[in-house]
Design a protein around this ligand. Structure first.
Ligand SMILES: *Cc1c(COP(=O)(O)O)cnc(C)c1O
Length: 456
């Protein structure tokens, strides 16, 4: 007999994980190492420590330690907004008239409005512990910059944010939230850095990209004493911190005898999805259970479904280490009409390897259908979802509708990564019927893919 499931499952504070889970320890095929772009040899701890905080560089390189302690200071901060609820979407199930059971893990219950705070606070903590003055970073849609500003305010660190220009202009309120928490926000590409000046000269009028903002932030970190660069996704350390999502989900599922058949998440750089699925992937890799995992990406930036699996630069300016990942090429700039946190050209090397091994599935969805799903979700479940999160909603709806056809009572669980209050320009376009779908042609993708570095 399964237990009666409350609408919202809240864990007790003491059920929050005390350790993050490093799925690489259980992977037979480890993700390929980061390479030094100069020597093409695996990056050493020393090399990484010039750019990243030392403890974070260690986490980046560690593919054998399965459990890594969450420092008490970080757990204390987590307690302000965690554990996050696992919600049974009863109203949505009813509206869809599906026999499927739908659950979502909601990460939008904090001011930054997304899961990104889980890693921001960890990264700020390690920067503080190392005695740094501050950190630099990029932000696309603004969620990461907001999360990092909050984390830096908490630990008294300086926070310099390079914000992709299109978002800087479209989301003035995001910018003001960051400034309220004390961050310095610069539109990217800017004229502050050498790489920014170069990109501005090469692509006049460009609205920027995440890859380009990363290059600026890295340059800012490495040219100022006492600063390091921090990144909101893609890296294995970020995915590690985000496993707090999956570990809580796993505990809640065990407590209520919930066994998901399908676990779904949107995939930008892959950290939220990786964090959600890691503990379940671990069970699958160890032969203890079986699940389907689905990554959902935008059709306008389809790194898993249409990219290549190869070494590439993480940034447009080619200053970061090379990572082996599914990528569209670091020079790929997705269409400006799709502003959001899913506009990154590459994918976490952990998820890339899991996808290559057939453990993770991927699908690309189009923008209008994503907003249709967002609207239906908002009207039934009450939460106004972030456009990024709505990619996962789209796929969850599609799976639930399949169940309606077949009569299967599958359990579908997805990550609801955040809220969309700062995305009202996108919602406005959708409501006015002015939203378009731009899907890059093979020629466009081949162009950026052909410019990738030749490694191997
Ligand atoms: C940044 C962001 C994403 C993308 O997350 P990744 O971990 O990079 O895949 C998804 N949803 C929201 C709300 C975000 O802010």
């Amino acid at each position: 007999m399964s237990k009666e499931i409350p609408y919202k499952i809240y864990l007790e504070e003491n059920e929050m994980p005390r350790q993050w889970y490093n799925v690489r320890a259980d992977m037979k095929n480890k993700p390929a190492p980061l390479l030094n772009p100069g020597t093409l040899k695996p990056c050493t701890l020393e090399e990484l420590s010039h750019v990243f905080c030392e403890d974070l560089a260690k986490q980046e390189l560690d593919d054998t330690t399965a459990y890594i302690d969450i420092p008490e200071e970080i757990r204390n901060f987590y307690k302000m907004y965690r554990p996050s609820p696992l919600v049974r979407a009863y109203c949505l199930e009813k509206a869809l008239d599906t026999p499927a059971k739908i659950y979502y893990k909601f990460e939008g219950n904090n001011t930054s409005g997304s899961h990104k705070l889980n890693s921001a606070i960890a990264q700020a903590y390690y920067a503080k512990k190392q005695g740094l003055k501050g950190v630099t970073t990029e932000t696309g849609a603004g969620q990461w910059g907001t999360a990092l500003s909050m984390a830096c305010a908490y630990f008294g660190l300086d926070c310099q944010v390079y914000m992709v220009k299109v978002s800087y202009e479209q989301k003035p309120f995001r910018r003001e939230v960051m400034r309220t928490y004390g961050a310095n926000v610069t539109p990217s590409p800017s004229m502050n850095t050498e790489v920014g000046r170069k990109i501005n000269a090469q692509f006049p009028g460009t609205t920027g990209s995440l890859g380009c903002a990363i290059s600026e932030a890295v340059e800012a970190a490495t040219t100022q004493e006492g600063y390091r660069y921090v990144l909101g996704s893609v890296l294995s350390q970020v995915l590690l911190h985000q496993t707090v999502i999956g570990l809580e989900t796993q505990t809640a599922c065990k407590k209520f005898d919930i066994v998901p058949d399908i676990i779904i998440g949107c995939a930008g750089g892959g950290s939220n999805l990786g964090g959600l699925i890691s503990p379940f992937v671990g069970e699958k890799l160890r032969g203890e259970a079986d699940y389907r995992f689905i990554a959902v990406e935008p059709a306008s930036c389809p790194s898993l479904t249409r990219g290549v699996y190869a070494y590439d630069f993480c940034d447009t300016g080619a200053v970061c280490p090379l990572a082996k990942m599914y990528t569209l090429g670091s020079t790929f700039i997705p269409s400006a009409n799709h502003a959001g946190g899913l506009r990154y050209h590459g994918m976490s090397s952990i998820l890339s390897q899991l996808y290559d091994d057939g453990i993770l599935e991927a699908r690309a969805v189009e923008q209008i259908s994503v907003f249709e799903a967002a609207q239906q979700f908002a009207r039934t479940e009450g939460i106004l979802p972030a456009p990024e999160s709505s990619h996962a909603i789209r796929a969850a709806l599609d799976e639930a509708l399949k169940c309606k056809e077949t009569g299967e009572e599958k359990t579908i669980l997805f990550g609801l990564t955040g809220t969309g209050y700062f995305d009202m320009v996108a919602y406005q376009k959708f409501n006015d019927g002015q939203m378009s779908d731009y899907i890059p042609t093979d020629e466009e993708l081949n162009e950026s893919i052909s410019k990738m570095p030749k490694v191997d």
